[in-house]
Design a protein around this ligand. Structure first.
Ligand code: FAD
Length: 509
């Protein structure tokens, strides 16, 4: 009896999987499927979830992606296949994975070739699988560059546009999703659709910040600006949180302000892991020696001013005027001048260091929160005062952005009540098999405590790069925007084929 039951189950599994694999093999494509080398697609930067796909598609053309998705769409609910676009696989909780499904390796898609359009309002057309670091190098050849970045550039356009893409320029230019003119998208029905604010605008806004739920971004048109040659990179320290946030909030609204404004928290800091995002060499090493927290909680304001060699004097003056109005501890001014590329690609330098020590490919239980300005003090008092006792597991970023630079027609969820909200990012690395404060369990418990506090104190916090496991939690995350999100899903991906790793919708079968 038991044997019969097992045999039946096995048979069902075989029937569900093998016709899928066999039929995929019959598709005529410019690129190819790989059915053997699939293990890398079951990994991501988070290093916590591992879901094995059946196949990895290496597309050579947009039509490869459209043919594959259409084929699966036409199989309807008779097939359990789902499809995940995988950018650079730097998700944290398996968001770009597809259990027994098809993963599309977007970096294989080299079409269309990157094309730069200089002129009064310059822009660049890129493939959805292009890395931002490559866009930087190409656009710089024309003296241009995108306006809004992430702190780390070895991520794909499709990957960051599916979330938001936030960094120290966002207060001024908005996130990356606010700097896109046009997209080409393959929907969950396999249709190739161009969209923008003028054409198919609902799809355009759905896809931006849409967690890969509505279509696969195959091409994006990204706004550019003149690129500076040099960056004055500055760090100053505060021991008073109120003073620190007051200065940050003033700076993001000031005239002629810095081009980049971020900040981070230092609590009983030790070790390399905490420094991975820094790669900062202050000109005066003696000053750098003072850069220790000595058991205290310190807040570091990080600023950058862009300029060209012929503007040095003016840039120096502007910086001096701005710094003169800040309330940091006066002996803690660290300054350095670096090239624009060195500044933007700063995290990669730390990556190389961490890789050489075997500390890059470890579990990353990250937690990213968006917190309304009026609640940031309550949050800081409890979290930086009690829950978090040290920041040696990785950086804790904190900086404000302006809501008006975010488009509320996109799918991204942000705190909506106030004009300013803070991004607070706990970028922890866990030491494998450690059971101490740097172990995965400890950090996950700490994250849970932070989330529980936000909940019980009614702080109106939203997760960025959100991770939930039930639809109930997703509904709560979207709040009043859930109906629109679900309705958009029913239009653009009615069978829930796309991005199953987000665990929002489940394909019916
Ligand atoms: P993947 O992990 O491959 O995919 C992410 C999601 O998008 C998946 O659901 C996937 O299915 C979907 N997707 C991928 N490509 C496409 C496509 N072409 N079309 C539709 N859907 C697609 N984020 C910030 O905002 N600011 C930061 O400063 C920042 N710094 C980071 C630093 C590091 C070291 C890391 C690892 C991540 C950082 N992130 C930051 C988060 C990062 O933006 C997201 O994790 C992003 O999704 C990673 O891009 P990816 O190309 O690796 O995407």
């Amino acid at each position: 009896m038991i044997l019969l039951f097992l045999f039946t189950c096995l048979n069902i599994r075989i029937n569900l999987c093998f016709p899928n694999i066999l039929s995929l093999k019959t598709l005529e494509l410019d690129g190819h499927f790989d059915f053997d080398q699939v293990h890398h697609a079951a990994r991501d930067f988070g290093n916590i979830f591992q879901l094995l796909p059946l196949a990895v598609l290496h597309p050579k053309s947009v039509s490869d992606i459209a043919i594959t998705v259409k084929y699966i769409w036409e199989m309807g609910t008779s097939s359990e296949l789902t499809v995940a676009a995988r950018g650079h696989g730097h998700s944290l909780q398996g968001q770009a994975q597809a259990h027994r499904g098809v993963v599309i390796s977007m970096e294989s898609l080299k079409y269309p070739e990157m094309r730069i359009y200089p002129g009064k309002s310059p822009y660049v057309d890129v493939s959805g699988g292009e890395l931002w670091i490559n866009i930087l190098h190409e656009t710089l050849k024309h003296g241009l560059a995108p306006k809004s970045w992430t702190d780390y550039l070895h991520l794909t356009v499709g990957g960051t546009l599916s979330n938001a893409g936030v960094s120290g320029q966002a207060f001024q230019h908005g996130p990356q999703i606010s700097n896109v003119h046009q997209l080409e998208v393959v929907t969950g029905k396999g249709d190739v659709v161009n969209c923008s604010k003028e054409e198919n605008e609902d799809l355009f806004h759905s896809v931006l910040g849409g967690l890969g739920q509505f279509g696969i971004i195959t091409r994006a048109r990204i706004s550019l600006e003149s690129a500076p040659a040099i960056v004055k990179w500055i760090r100053v320290l505060y021991s008073d949180f109120a003073m620190f946030t007051r200065d940050q909030e003033w700076l993001i609204s000031a005239e002629n302000t810095f081009d980049y404004i971020e900040g981070f928290v230092i609590i009983n800091r030790t070790g390399l892991l905490n420094n991975w995002r820094s790669s900062f060499n202050p000109q005066d090493p003696a000053q750098a020696g003072q850069f220790k927290s000595d058991g205290r909680t310190l807040f570091c304001l990080e600023l950058a001013k862009y300029f060209n060699p012929d503007e040095t004097e003016m840039a120096n003056q502007e910086v001096e005027i701005l710094l003169g109005q800040l309330n940091y501890i006066s002996s803690t001014l660290f300054q350095s001048e670096v090239t624009y590329v060195e500044f933007l690609d700063r995290v990669h330098i730390s990556e190389v260091k961490l890789r050489s020590k075997g500390l890059w490919e470890v579990p990353h239980p990250w937690l990213n929160l968006l917190i309304p300005k009026s609640k940031i003090h309550t949050f800081a008092k409890q979290v930086f005062g009690n829950i978090l006792t040290q920041t040696s597991n990785g950086p804790v970023l904190i900086y404000p952005v302006n809501k008006s630079k975010w488009d509320n027609r996109t799918s991204v969820v942000i705190p909506e009540e106030e004009e300013v909200f803070y991004l607070v990012a706990f970028l922890s690395s866990a030491i494998p098999s450690s059971t101490g404060n740097d172990g995965l369990d400890h950090i996950l418990t700490q994250n849970k405590r932070i989330l529980e506090f936000c909940e019980t104190a009614h702080l109106g916090v939203k997760q960025y790069l959100p991770h939930y496991t039930t639809q109930e939690e997703w509904r709560a995350h979207f709040g009043t925007r859930w109906e629109v999100f679900a309705q958009r899903k029913s239009v653009y991906d009615p069978l829930a084929i796309l991005s199953p790793g987000q665990r929002i919708f489940k394909k019916a079968n």
